[in-house]
Design a protein around this ligand. Sequence first.
Ligand SMILES: NC(=O)c1ccc[n+]([C@@H]2O[C@H](COP(=O)([O-])OP(=O)(O)OC[C@H]3O[C@@H](n4cnc5c(N)ncnc54)[C@H](OP(=O)(O)O)[C@@H]3O)[C@@H](O)[C@H]2O)c1
Length: 257
Amino acid sequence: MISLKNQIILITGASSGIGNACAKIFAREGAKLILAARRLERLQQLANTLSKEFSVEIHLLQLDVRDRIAVEFAISNLPSAWSKIDILINNAGLSRGLDKLHEGDFQNWEEMIDTNIKGLLYLTRYVVPGMVSRGRGHIVNLGSIAGHQTYPGGNVYCATKAAVKAISEGLKQDLLGTPIRVTSVDPGMVETEFSDVRFHGDSERADKVYQGVTPLTPDDVADVIFFCVTRSPHVNINEVILMPVDQASATLVNRRT
Ligand SMILES: NC(=O)c1ccc[n+]([C@@H]2O[C@H](COP(=O)([O-])OP(=O)(O)OC[C@H]3O[C@@H](n4cnc5c(N)ncnc54)[C@H](OP(=O)(O)O)[C@@H]3O)[C@@H](O)[C@H]2O)c1
C-alpha cells in the first residue's frame, strides 16, 4: 500500500456525494486536495470542515467542467505548489431525465454528454500531459453499471457511461509504457443527490429510487477508490463494479416495501 501523504489529488464534483466522500477520505490520509465544482460555497464549507479536522491543505476551483476554455485556464494557472497533480478523480457527472429516447429532451442530452464525456475528456487532456512528463500519476474515472447495462429510459446516460468505459480503456492503452495508472470505478445504486438532479429537484420521485433498499453510500464508493489508488505502484486496478447487496443488475433490485 502506498501513502497518500502530500500527494496532490484533484477531485471534480467535490461539492456533493461521491466526490465529497473522496475529499474526506483523502484528507484523513494527509493528501493535498484540489476540490472542483460549480457550487463554490459548498466547497468552502467542506474545506473549512476538513482543514479543522485534518489540518489539510486545500485549493478550491470553481469550475464548470463543460467549459473547455475554463478547464484549460484552471489547470494551466494552478499556483506552482499545486500544479503537479498526482491523482485525478474524474467524478463530476449527472443524469437528466428518464424519458424514452424518441421523446427525449435535447437539453438533458447535451448536459449529460457535455459533462460526463466532454468534461471528463477536457480534464484528462489538460492534466495527463503533466503526469506523463513527471513520470507519475493515476486517473480514476467514475463510470457506472449504466455503462455495462442499458436500462429503459437510461439511453443517453447509459451511453455516456459506456463512453467513460471506452475512454478509460483507451487511456490505459495509450499510457502503456508509462508508470501512469488508469482505473474505472463503476457503482450501482448510490444514495446521493444524483436522483434529485436526474428528476430536476422532484425529491418525492428521487426518494422512490431508494425506497425499501439499502443503497451504497458515497463513503462505500470512496473506500473502493481509496483502495485503487493505494496499491503498489506496479498494480493497476482497471475496473471495479460494485453494487449494493440489494441490487443484482441495473434493473433487478430487491425492495422490502
Ligand atoms: N449515485 C449513483 O447512483 C451513481 C451510480 C453510478 C455512478 N455515479 C456517478 O458518480 C459521479 C458522482 O455522482 P454522485 O452520485 O455523487 O452525484 P451528486 O451528489 O449529484 O454529485 C455530482 C457532483 O458533480 C458535480 N457536477 C455536475 N455537473 C458539473 C459540472 N458541469 N461542472 C463541475 N461539476 C459538476 C456537482 O457539483 P456542482 O453541481 O456544484 O457543480 C456534484 O459535486 C457521477 O459521475 C455519476 O454519474 C453515480
